[in-house]
Write a protein of this length. Structure first.
Lengths: 254, 847
């Protein structure tokens, strides 16, 4: 299984994205909720990180803030060498287009565009010339073959998610953020998607951050961060399903 | 269920406002038509009462032939009659101002009367100066004197319908009409009785007014007058007179109101599509909620009722608002009509109970009709949708609706065909059938149009996709993704634009036909017309003859009388034809009537020239005889000596001047054709024409090209006014587009959120939404132009060849119309685009 193959790339020390003192507070007064509490975290290039934690732990908020979809109350997020906290709405959008890839749990594709058009969407939205060789490679990797010209509603759920991952990779982003990418899939189809993501990390030095509550999905990552009450409470490297379950048990006992 | 209806209404205020807007405007327009007609009626009603005030009885003849002095003497001898006065009146006399320009009835009328010597019968009182007492004197109402700058004691030229055309008279006084000189803008002037008789070119009294002496009751006097006169006289009392005068005003007002109402009906018809479409979209968006209602035990009937109840409340509220808008619109329409030269008097704009009832009734019924189909659909939503969220309502074009559309289109076309070609006599029936046919046809076309909506959207969108890349592609695909929705949204615009396009096609055909005919028929360089109602005095023709720069002066007179040939005409068909006279020795100098048979030289007092089509109708040929009814009621047998083709200036028969004088009593010309004398430069001829025009302000002289331009510009003006009124329907259509787009945006929240997440900027999203709106508009505009061209062609084919002949389609104007309407979609898309741009990405994705 690809899962067990060793890293083919050399270890790297560059940082694709990081957050410093990331704090997000919703509401005020009695109803005030601290979703993120001074989180410091960094994501080295070419690493597959899973973020786990119970609902309300702040894992989605952390991901949204990292991805430039939400703004922090205080602290900062840096993608590559760009500080998101100082960007205008428009620059943030352009940054998402070029530096960030997304895979959501569902509704990842534009129904009026074909699979191929969905993959190249972030590039087509810009004026820059696409790296056609790279796009071709990504498209090949999706393995859709002649279904590339089909609209999303003619594809299976697994095929749709593969197209979504390819779309996230198409612009060679600094980081790909995935939010429960296999949440809507059966375990077999889900495994194929996770393999595909892992291969992208290994072969192309892609950085991926994935939010999940599924230990099996998290076990595909190089490391797992555990969040609770807006803080990082634990970290696992080279996790397996068993070590993750153990860590989850210990963190909920704390 | 009522509770749910109420909650839903509260929950979706914007959606509600957009739905209501279409109803508000439709009800507003119909209300304004009623408010205007009520107001005008009241205003003219009080005018009528002032006119006849003081007159106890009035005598006229059934056949409208004026009364003579003999009859007046008879009436004066009836016991109980204090005085009977014969009055002369005309609307062909106009004063000129100090600067020589004429006060013409270009809006409110100019009415000249003989001065009534009896105080009771005279509705006016002298304000300054004195009453006119003899030749060369006149008086005018005080309001007009002030408005036009007439000064008592000064002498002014007065335009009169005599052969001289002008007279000069001193203004000896001003008078007050009624109590407040409320003339509704009319100019009133008066002359001493015998002077009036001469200047008005009148032999007999226009009317006879009677005041009683009080010794007997009015009905008794009325009876005796009736007895003293032969049969065929009408004796009316004050109430009858008032009613008659009011009825005359009312018939005019009611035509005007129905014109307004018909535009309102078009607007309301268009609204039905908009509202139905809105409810349909709302239903599919609320499918989960409605499914939940079914799941917890609501019956389909209850769901239907909840939806229907919601619609009715919206309809009711919107109608009430529409009433207010209607009153405001009445002021707007008044201003619009005044701006295009109607010059209406000031009048109240009352919102009467019937007006309010009609407005609310129409609004509620229209809404109920619109919500009918959507409510049936809502009732069919299965309970399982509460869980699945899948609406079970088809977005695909159903076979059933296509079949229904085809059936309705054929039925509508049949109705329209019967009304256009069926030879129906009753105008009301014809218009009703035509309207119903067109309405059914439109519904049919709308049901069929989803078949073409997607391909048209993709074709229109292709260049946009080229220019704007991905946002353009998405705009195109979004317009094409739900053909039913796009088609229904575009339907409203299609209807409005098809009517405008039809008018353009008919108007263009009319213009080109007229131009072609006039160009080939009229050889003369200039034509002199009466500037307003009235005639061209013979003195004008004499002056032209006398001018060395001008030559080939040919005066034309028209009348109409019964001319019967060998074929008996169908019962009820008007057998009157136009009888005209020209100088046959000079006719070739001015006109080419396309003489087919015979020759003008053969025409004497007992023969005539006839238009080919008229001859065919009467079943006569060259050498045959027709019977022509003369002025005194006898008939003359006339031989056909020439047959001509023209149908632009002569429509019936042509006779000699001597024969014409036995048919009609008219010395002056209807118009005069004249050319530059040989060897005279155009500038010199123009100057001579201008000099004559200055002398006679009542005539308008134009060169042949000016004349043709004027006719075409009149057709154009009519088209602009028509388009202006249809503009309301088109405005409602655009509200529909805003509405659909706003709802689609709401429906596509997640998709839009995704686009933003993967890097679509706000301005790209604006562009995408606006161009989608433009493409939807384009679909409606294109379909509308196509349908309009077909309608226009049908009208041209159905209309007699003499009026509309060679179909001429104004491609450029139509292309501009379609382009403008499509680009207006960009404006319609503005608000929805902003909403889409403001979307909170995080929330949209989390939804």
């Amino acid at each position: 299984m690809t899962l067990l193959e060793p890293h083919t790339s050399a270890p790297t020390t560059t940082i694709a994205a990081y957050a410093e003192g990331a704090t997000k507070i919703y509401g005020s007064g009695d109803t005030q909720v601290t979703a993120l509490n001074k989180v410091d975290v960094s994501f080295p290039t070419g690493e597959f990180t899973a973020i786990m934690g119970p609902s309300g732990s702040g894992k989605s908020t952390l991901m949204h803030s990292l991805a430039g979809l939400d703004r922090l109350t205080s602290g900062r997020v840096v993608i590559g060498d760009t500080d998101l906290s100082v960007l205008s709405e428009k620059d943030l959008t352009l940054l998402r287009r070029t530096k960030i890839g997304f895979v959501f749990q569902a509704f990842n594709l534009i129904p009026t565009l074909t699979a191929a058009e969905n993959i190249s969407l972030p590039i087509d939205l810009g004026k820059a010339n696409a790296d056609m060789a790279w796009i071709d490679e990504v498209v090949q990797a999706v393995g859709l073959g002649d279904r590339l010209d089909h609209k999303p509603n003619e594809l299976s759920g697994g095929q749709q998610q593969r197209v979504a991952v390819a779309r996230a990779l198409a612009s060679r982003p600094q980081v790909v953020f995935a939010d429960e990418p296999t949440g809507n899939l059966d375990s077999q189809t889900g495994a194929a998607i996770l393999d595909f993501m892992k291969r992208a990390v290994q072969q192309y030095q892609q950085t991926i951050v994935m939010v999940t509550h599924d230990p099996v999905a998290a076990s595909y990552a190089d490391r797992v961060l555990f969040l609770a009450d807006g803080r990082i409470v634990d970290e696992l490297r080279q996790p397996t399903t068993d070590t993750i379950l153990a860590a989850l048990r210990s963190s909920s006992n704390r | 269920m009522w509770n749910i209806t109420r909650r839903n209404l509260g929950a979706n205020k914007i959606r509600l406002a957009l739905t209501a807007l279409a109803i508000v405007l439709g009800v507003g327009f119909i209300t304004s038509a009623n408010v205007l007609s009520d107001g005008l009626r009241a205003s003219f009603g009080s005018l009528a009462a002032e006119i006849v005030q003081g007159t106890d009885l009035a005598v006229s003849r059934d056949d409208d032939v004026p009364l003579t002095q003999t009859e007046l003497d008879t009436i004066n001898n009836v016991e109980g009659v204090r005085i009977a006065i014969g009055e002369y009146n005309t609307d062909n006399v106009y004063p000129t101002r100090a600067d020589g320009s004429a006060v013409l009835p270009e809006g409110p009328p100019v009415i000249a009367n003989s001065w009534t010597l009896d105080d009771q019968l005279n509705p006016t009182t002298i304000e300054t100066g004195r009453a006119p007492e003899g030749p060369g004197e006149w008086v005018v109402d005080m309001g007009s004197a002030e408005r036009e700058g007439f000064v008592v004691g000064e002498t002014y030229d007065i335009i009169v319908p005599t052969t001289e055309g002008l007279t000069s008279a001193e203004l000896v006084g001003t008078f007050r009409f009624g109590e407040n000189n409320q003339t509704n803008g009319a100019t009133l002037l008066a002359f001493e009785t015998n002077t009036a008789k001469e200047l008005f070119d009148a032999d007999n009294f226009g009317s006879v007014s009677i005041a009683t002496d009080g010794s007997r009751s009015i009905p008794e006097v009325q009876e005796d007058i009736e007895a003293s006169l032969a049969d065929g006289y009408l004796v009316q009392d004050n109430g009858d007179l008032n009613a008659e005068t009011t009825a005359e005003f009312n018939s005019f007002i009611s035509v005007f109101a129905w014109v307004l109402r018909s535009f309102a009906i078009v607007a309301l018809f268009v609204s039905i599509f908009i509202i139905a479409n809105t409810f349909n979209i709302v239903m599919s968006q609320r499918v989960r909620e409605l499914g939940l209602l079914r799941a917890v035990g609501a019956t389909p009937k209850q769901v239907r009722r909840a939806v229907m109840g919601e619609a009715l409340v919206v309809g009711l509220v919107a109608s009430v608002i529409g009433l207010g808008v209607g009153v405001a619109l009445a002021y707007g329409v008044e201003a619009f009509l005044n701006a295009i030269g109607a010059d209406l008097p000031d009048f109240d704009k009352p919102l009467t109970l019937p007006t309010a009832a009609i407005g609310i009734g129409v609004g509620v019924v229209v809404t109920a009709l619109s919500a009918w189909v959507p409510s049936r659909k809502a009732g069919r939503i299965p309970p399982v949708t509460a869980i699945s969220g899948h609406d079970g309502l088809d977005t695909q074009v159903g076979k059933r609706s296509i079949v229904l559309g085809a059936v309705l289109a054929v039925a509508g076309a049949a109705f329209t065909g019967v009304s256009l070609f069926g030879g129906i006599d009753s105008t009301a029936l014809l218009l009703g059938l035509l309207g119903a046919g067109a309405a059914i046809l439109f519904v049919g076309i709308t049901l069929l149009s989803p078949l073409v909506a997607a391909p048209i959207s993709r074709t229109l969108g292709a260049p946009i996709a080229k220019v704007y890349n991905r946002p353009g592609v998405l705009a195109k695909e979004n317009a094409a993704r739900n053909p039913k929705r796009t088609a229904t949204t575009a339907a409203a615009l299609m209807i409005g634009l098809s009517l405008v396009s039809m008018a353009f096609v008919v108007g263009q055909t009319l213009k080109s036909d007229l131009n072609e005919l006039l160009e080939s028929t009229v050889q003369a360089d200039y034509a002199a017309f009466p500037g307003v109602d009235g005639l061209v005095p013979t003195a004008v023709a004499d002056d032209m003859d006398a001018a060395p720069e001008l030559d080939h002066v040919v005066g034309v007179k028209y009348w109409s009388t019964e001319v019967v040939g060998s074929t008996p005409l169908a019962e009820g068909v008007e057998s009157d034809v136009e009888v005209a006279t020209v100088d046959f020795d000079r006719i070739d100098e001015a006109f080419d009537l396309n003489l087919l048979e015979g020759s003008y030289a053969d025409i004497d007092d007992d023969s005539l020239a006839i238009r080919q089509a008229s001859a065919e109708e009467m079943g006569v040929g060259l050498g045959d005889t027709v019977a022509m009814t003369l002025d005194d009621g006898s008939t003359a047998d006339m031989t056909v000596a020439a047959i001509f083709k023209d149908a632009s200036i002569f429509w019936g028969v042509l006779v000699t001047d001597a024969r014409w004088n036995t048919v009609a009593e008219q010395e002056n010309y209807d118009w005069v054709a004249v050319s530059a004398a040989d060897g005279v430069s155009q500038a010199d001829a123009d100057a001579a024409i201008a000099a004559i025009g200055d002398k006679y302000p009542q005539i308008v002289s134009q060169s042949s090209t000016e004349y043709r331009e004027e006719i075409t510009s009149q057709v154009d003006n009519l088209l602009y006014i028509l388009s202006g009124f249809l503009g309301l329907a088109i405005l409602i259509a655009f509200i529909g587009i805003v509405n659909t787009m706003a709802l689609s945006i709401f429906e596509r929240t997640r998709e839009l959120g995704l686009l933003r997440a993967v890097g679509m900027t706000r301005s790209q999203m604006h562009r995408m939404v606006r161009w989608e709106a433009a493409i939807v508009s384009g679909v409606g505009a294109l379909l509308g132009a196509a349908v309009g061209i077909i309608f226009g062609a049908l009208v041209v084919v159905a209309t007699p060849e003499e009026i509309l002949n060679n179909l001429s389609i104004p491609w450029v104007s139509l292309a501009v119309l379609v382009a403008v309407a499509s680009l207006a979609g960009l404006v319609a898309g503005f608000m929805p685009a902003r909403r889409a741009g403001k979307l909170d990405v995080l929330q949209a994705i989390a939804d």
